[in-house]
Design a protein around this ligand. Structure first.
Ligand code: ATP
Ligand code: MG
Length: 550
């Protein structure tokens, strides 16, 4: 079942138009699939593919399945497969039936391969992987035929059966399609269809010691499953002639239509699993779920709502143009969603002590604060107020700069939801000159935040009770890479993570569960982490646009 609501709107991109036309011409229901290889965690590029595959099916009354294209036991694991299922659900999608595996069809695939061998369309080769590469030719030079290419079909069939039985070591033989070593398309120069790999497979265990190549397996899995539209990224366009060759020569029950679209690329990050794995393995980030990673796990820990990611994919759209999307667009989607959904809270990142000298020591009162200023239904909560408070360091200036409207000697400021205070004096650290305490008086008539005499107080700042607030670790994240189109680790942004050990948050946040997101008023959006720290999801405004790239 697809959880995305069906919509009756006109197709919005070229793929949806093709599917609609196919449906109008032939009827039936579209079948799509999201086909990850379980060799890493999903990233936001995969989200684009999911939004498209689940979206197309959901909008047309079709089906979308989750299928693991698990043809390489050396790189794949149950752990990755389980994480992928979890991430797909988290993004808001449900697949038809149980998750499927290309490896569920190994027996059929073997049968198809054997048919090819018997018909003379495939042969068992003895060249090594290196020799095959060397004889493949180039874009301008044709390849050279293997000396084993003319091996009689019966001999190849027998060798292929013995490969399956495990009689040979890894690499001793491969099965190759017999197509055309002079083809202008390198994928048609007798591609390898099967290799020997004595490895335990996460799904089929030790049932097999030969494994189909990705190309052979994925087109057949689509055909066997009755996928009507195989939606894939542009790099598979050059493989389509091979897929067509395979479909023509093995004649499976159905023939999927392959349509390619461009990959999602995001500025200031990398997308391929291989490069993400490198960041993890070399310790540049704290695992796959590091909130700076473009993985769905990372984004989840960062506090990106799934709805924002879906919205982003929709805004990026589906085309055949290669491009790199600005991180700012993703952040705008996150901000829009969190502005609607995140409750407000008070958090002080860099605390400065403020003493209300004329407020009785040991006394407390509570002020009502709105949980969401534009949604009265979100209710209110109590903020404890006492003689000692913390305010943001930046909200006080001993010598106010022009235009500064917050707290300064002799000036008044409104403490949000509480009252108006006036700065009477301040203390400094004699060694450094840094301000350590601000002393204020308060206007008891201004409880709730409005002056009884109607005088204007232009500045409003946030605050927490020094006695009742909770200390918190806050992590501020920035772009993982300094440059929009990063190469390797040398392009990493050394300032991508700042950890603040001694922030203070209002007491109600003590009960916030991991994953809960808040807007710290005036500061940004933050998400509670498993370790109870708060990760900055996104700032309130796009600060990056104004900064130099370096
Ligand atoms: P990677 O290069 O990150 O390993 P992949 O294409 O090898 O990606 P798969 O697990 O094979 O990863 O991908 C599953 C599906 O997601 C495929 O259909 C693939 O085309 C699609 N996909 C992967 N990356 C992107 C991307 N950046 N944009 C859109 N779709 C993507
Ligand atoms: Mg891959």
């Amino acid at each position: 079942m697809n959880t995305r609501p069906a919509t009756a709107t006109a197709p919005t991109d070229f793929i949806r138009r093709i599917v609609a036309a196919d449906l109008a011409a032939a009827g039936g229901r579209p079948v799509t699939r999201f086909p990850p290889e379980p060799n890493g965690y999903l990233h936001i590029g995969h989200a684009k593919s999911m939004c498209l595959n689940f979206g197309v099916a959901g909008e047309t009354g079709g089906l979308c399945r989750l299928r693991f294209d698990d043809t390489n036991p050396l790189k794949e694991s149950r752990e990755f497969a389980e994480a992928i299922e979890d991430d797909v659900r988290w993004l808001g999608f449900g697949w038809e039936g149980a998750p499927r595996h290309a490896s569920d069809y190994f027996e059929e695939m073997y049968g198809y391969a054997l048919e090819l061998v018997r018909a003379g369309f495939a042969y068992v080769d003895e060249l090594s992987a290196e020799e095959i590469r060397e004889t493949r030719g180039t874009l301008t030079l044709p390849g050279r035929e293997s000396p084993w290419r003319e091996r009689p079909a019966t001999e190849s069939a027998e060798l292929f059966a013995r490969m399956r039985k495990g009689e040979f070591p890894d690499g001793a033989y491969v099965l190759r399609a017999r197509i055309d070593m002079a083809s202008g398309n390198l994928n048609l120069r007798d591609p390898v269809l099967y290799r020997i790999r004595h490895a335990v497979h996460p799904h089929t265990g030790d049932a097999w010691c030969i494994y189909p190549t990705y190309d052979f397996a994925q087109v057949l899995a689509d055909a066997i499953e009755g996928v009507t539209h195989s939606l894939c990224t542009l790099e598979f366009e050059d493989h389509r002639p091979l897929y067509e060759w395979i479909l023509e020569h093995v004649r499976p029950p159905a023939r999927p239509r392959q349509i390619e679209f461009s990959r999602l690329n995001l500025e200031h990050t990398v997308m391929s699993k291989r490069r993400l794995a490198q960041l993890v393995e070399e310790g540049h980030v704290d695992g796959w779920s590091d909130p700076r990673m473009p993985t769905l796990r990372g984004m989840r820990r960062r506090g990106y709502p799934p709805a924002a990611i879906r919205d982003f994919c929709e805004r990026v759209g589906v085309t055949r143009k290669a491009s790199r999307t600005e991180m700012g667009l993703l952040e705008r989607c996150v901000r829009d969603e969190l502005d609607r959904s995140a409750p407000r809270a008070m958090g002080v990142l860099r605390p400065l002590r403020l003493v209300v000298d004329d407020y009785p020591a040991g006394a407390f009162e509570e002020f009502d604060a709105l949980n969401h200023p534009r949604d009265p239904g979100a209710g209110t909560r109590k903020l404890p107020f006492g003689r000692e408070l913390f305010i943001e360091r930046d909200d006080f200036m001993a010598e106010p700069a022009p235009g500064f409207r917050r707290l300064a000697p002799g000036r008044e400021v409104r403490l949000r939801y509480a009252c108006i205070v006036r700065c009477e004096s301040f203390e400094t650290d004699p060694a450094t000159g840094a301000v350590t305490v601000v002393h204020c008086s308060f206007d008891p008539e201004s409880r709730g935040g409005r002056a009884a005499d109607g005088r204007k107080v232009p500045g409003t700042i946030h605050w927490v009770s020094a006695a009742r607030a909770r200390p918190a670790v806050v992590r501020l994240y920035d772009r993982l890479f300094r440059v929009p189109d990063p190469g390797g680790p040398e392009d990493l942004n050394p300032a991508s993570l700042e950890v603040i050990e001694d922030a203070r948050v209002e007491p109600s946040l003590a009960a916030a569960p991991p994953g809960a997101c808040f807007q710290f008023e005036r500061i940004g959006y933050f998400c509670r982490d498993e370790d109870h720290g708060f990760n900055r999801t996104v700032t309130l405004r796009d600060g990056w646009a104004r900064r130099p790239a370096g």
